[in-house]
Design a protein around this ligand. Sequence first.
Ligand code: UDP
Length: 491
Amino acid sequence: MKQREKQPKPPAVAEEQGSRERGDSQDSKASDPPKGSGPAEVQNPTATSPPDNKRRLRETGLPSHVIERRKFPRIQTEPPPPPAPPRLADYAPIIGMPELDEIRFLARHLQGKTVKMVNSTAVGGGVAEILNRLVPLMNELEVPTKWEVITGGNDFYEVTKGFHNALHGGEYNLNQQIEDIFMSYNQQNRERMEFVEDLFVIHDPQPVGLVRAKTETRGRWIWRCHIDLSNPHSEVWDFLKPMVEQYDASIFSSPAFTRQLSIPQYLFYPSIDPLSEKNKDLEESYINQVCDDFGIDRSRPILTQISRFDRLKDPVGVIEAYKLVKKYVDCQLVLAGGGATDDPEGAVVLQEVMAAAGDDPDVIILNLPPWSALEINALQRASTIIIQKSLREGFGLTVTEGLWKEKPVVAGAVGGIPSQIIHKLTGILVHSVEGCAYQIRYLLTHPEFATQLGKNGREHAKENFLITVNMKRWLLLFQILLGMARPSKTA
Ligand code: UDP
């Protein structure tokens, strides 16, 4: 895409900038408020935006239909019908036949071995999304896999939500009554469910107590932890840990998320499905249509951050970085997120974002409904650069999605992001607003380097973060736990 530069200036020397960023990162903590979100903007967010969430955009040379769309983006109001689940063979054009053969080969040894996956919700959330895809594919491989969801009352889910926050380092007052609620719902589910399979995979802390059924089963038990346990509330963790240690193995999403445990720990990166609505290939005409619907001009560079409106995603910092870039290179910024209407904090952050964007018509803020996977896919594909300037992060699936789409990704060096971005090889890691701006500007003015990063990023995602890679890991782990994974026996 042709880029229009305003005042071309040679970018500063990369090494110098790099060292400044490292300095920045040492000086500022991840939990610091984002730079540039000064009290005036934060405390009086509606000052520059009318209460109806429509921003006043300043007059520029943009055509009137584009301005119209920026003010009133055409957003899907109804969820589309769910797509048919893919078959294993559908992945062949993406990963190649040898890779598919490898999966089938690994599965052959497990054919007839039964698996039960248990989590706490059938819809919503990343775990349900993963299981929705993984379970049918396992069954297609003739590894009969069931997915069961535990049940509980509001009191149980209040406790488990409290645990979730506490395990992420939040405050919590654990007492006997809370422990009893947790244990009694786990016991009820244990009594209701049958445990006759060869392998049990229990996801996250909510159903962790099901393992008490282990002594009455012949199967092997795995605890799959999707959350970051690096800094847990000690009492809550001390309560859960003895149950975790009854499992035969545990799985974490990042080396940084683990705890000291007496059982083996395995590393499974989260994965994306290249055939999902969010990640599948799209026709250019559809991408153009989505850009038209949102008033995005594809003839100029597009910087995009897709994220919930959450301060830890630093959307205001992204706007600050964009403003620094915009002094030198003409570009647009797309900030697309969702959930702001029913999440009170999201709504406040959205107001902060609108205030920070002011009347700049080239900052396009989209509050999308949850059924916008195709639109998000199109936005990511239309982007010149994907940004994920998080101050704290879990794994950062938006980074994976950007890498998979062969985009240069500029992202905060936090959480699971450094597992995905090898600095200057598969993307760019940043530690500050200024560093982020510098790197964006560098990429916009060095498109060949940006293209190479995108290509490397896609390879990295393909090697490590696709659902097919994840399946191989499951199949291998199952073999290990069933005592059949010795290469000399399986060859
Ligand atoms: N996402 C979405 N709609 C939004 C914002 C985000 O569908 O408005 C998706 C995004 O594409 C990604 C996921 O939600 O698949 C966010 O995962 P990530 O690990 O990046 O962040 P989290 O929100 O879990 O902290």
